[in-house]
Design a binder for this molecule. Structure first.
Ligand code: PLP
Length: 396
């Protein structure tokens, strides 16, 4: 057979790219997968080669191995990026992206609905570095123009919002940001590049917590930052300053997860929508926050810019005492109570954004729950919740 190349795959579909990108069997004695390369030292054959090492493909462990290169190339191909770097966690990917775009004295705009540890980094570390953050209403769209200052060098977007699922008009925000010379950084973990092609929509640096759907098995931590043509070099340079490398086993597992990511995402979407619609019909539920539902406030933007939804969404219950919530959550057998998401197993977690929001008010009418729907049979999931809701009602 003839080995396909990024060039020959250019017009192929995402599923095909997921299977063939980042693999060179001819370089691995014909084996299908690139194995785990563990290593610090890369030996050079001669003094001349050592002195010319900066043009060599591999020079030292922190600068990459065949394993990390495989995932970086595959991800760039799938994300439509000019370059990708890997980090030991999703949060490390966010901080690396922001540090690529910002320097002391700069101003940063962050969606009020952003992932909470992103805020903690901005309010703690970036403030210490004399970088000021202003939070903005995630629904602001082109209105972000009014918040731009001469020193605004980055705008962080995240759609849908972490936990609260507001949709952002990213092309509109990117248009304003670019006119003012600011870098658009996106946390694209929910949709992944399969459902939202970040760089086509105006994002400069796109972050993915590979911990979620890329892994798909709740067994590793990993982050990825992909960059468009303009930002690929500054991103790599900032990565090299820190040498904040991902571990070889985690990268290998992520490459394995990559091959089936589309299948798992499509199933998560199907299961997620089925459970969201079922929950919307429950008497205990006040609202379901899921942009792929036709009556969701963010549905029009989702439909315009996204090609799918993942299995993560939230619900607002009708007012209920803590004891009722505990009766529900303590007795579920199939929904684990824990952080993270995107694994094969279902999870649920209560949340409250009102403690930390500053640009918008979060005032749900009752307790808020976030669901990550796994691969269990949907009927069993409904029956588990049905039992839980009976115990919930008994405490009202
Ligand atoms: C989980 C998550 C992250 C961080 O990923 P970690 O690997 O856990 O650090 C970032 N953004 C979003 C939206 C997430 O859900």
């Amino acid at each position: 057979m003839t080995q396909s190349t990024p060039q020959s795959r250019k017009n192929m579909r995402a599923r095909t790219k997921l299977v063939h990108a980042g693999r060179e069997p001819s370089e691995q004695f014909g084996y299908v997968n690139t194995p785990i390369y563990r290593g610090s030292t890369v030996l050079q054959p001669t003094l001349a080669a050592l002195e010319a090492r900066h043009s060599a493909r591999f020079t030292y462990g922190t600068h990459g191995t065949p394993t990390t290169e495989a995932l970086e190339l595959a991800w760039s191909e799938i994300a439509g990026a000019a370059g990708t770097v890997l980090t030991p966690s999703g949060l490390a990917a966010i901080t690396l992206a922001l540090l690529t775009a910002l320097k002391a004295g700069d101003h940063l705009l962050v969606a009020d609905s952003a992932y909470l540890p992103t805020r903690t980094f901005c309010n703690g570390f970036l403030r210490r570095m004399n970088i000021e953050t202003t939070y903005y209403d995630p629904l602001i769209g082109a209105g972000i123009e009014a918040l731009m200052r001469a020193n605004t060098k980055a705008v962080l977007v995240e759609a849908p919002g972490s936990q609260s699922f507001e949709m952002q008009d990213i092309p509109a925000i990117a248009e304003v940001a670019h006119r003012h010379g600011a870098c658009v950084v996106m946390d694209n973990t929910w949709a992944t590049p399969l459902f939202f092609p970040p760089h086509e929509r105006g994002v400069d640096l796109a972050v993915e917590a590979g911990t979620k759907y890329l892994s798909g098995h709740s067994d590793l931590l990993l982050g990825l930052v992909s960059a468009n043509e303009h930002w690929a070099k500054p991103l790599r340079q900032t990565f090299d300053f820190f040498a904040m490398c991902a571990g070889p086993e985690d990268v290998f597992l992520a490459l394995r997860g990559l091959r089936s990511m589309e299948l798992r995402l499509r199933e998560a979407e199907r299961q997620g929508l089925a459970l969201a619609r079922w929950l919307r019909g429950r008497a205990e539920v006040s609202r379901v926050l899921h942009p792929a539902l036709e009556d969701d406030p963010g549905h029009a933007i989702w439909k315009r810019d996204f090609s799918g939804s993942s299995g993560l969404f939230s619900v607002i219950l009708k007012p209920a005492p803590k004891a009722a919530l505990a009766a529900l959550l303590d007795n579920l057998q199939l929904f684990g109570l824990g952080y993270s998401w995107g694994g094969y197993e279902s999870l649920v977690i209560p949340f409250d954004c009102s403690r930390y929001r500053t640009a918008t008010k979060w005032q749900p009418e009752g307790p808020a729950l976030r669901f990550s729907v796994g691969l269990e049979d949907i009927e069993d999931l409904k029956e588990d919740l049905d039992r839980g809701f009976a115990l919930f009602r008994a405490q009202l």
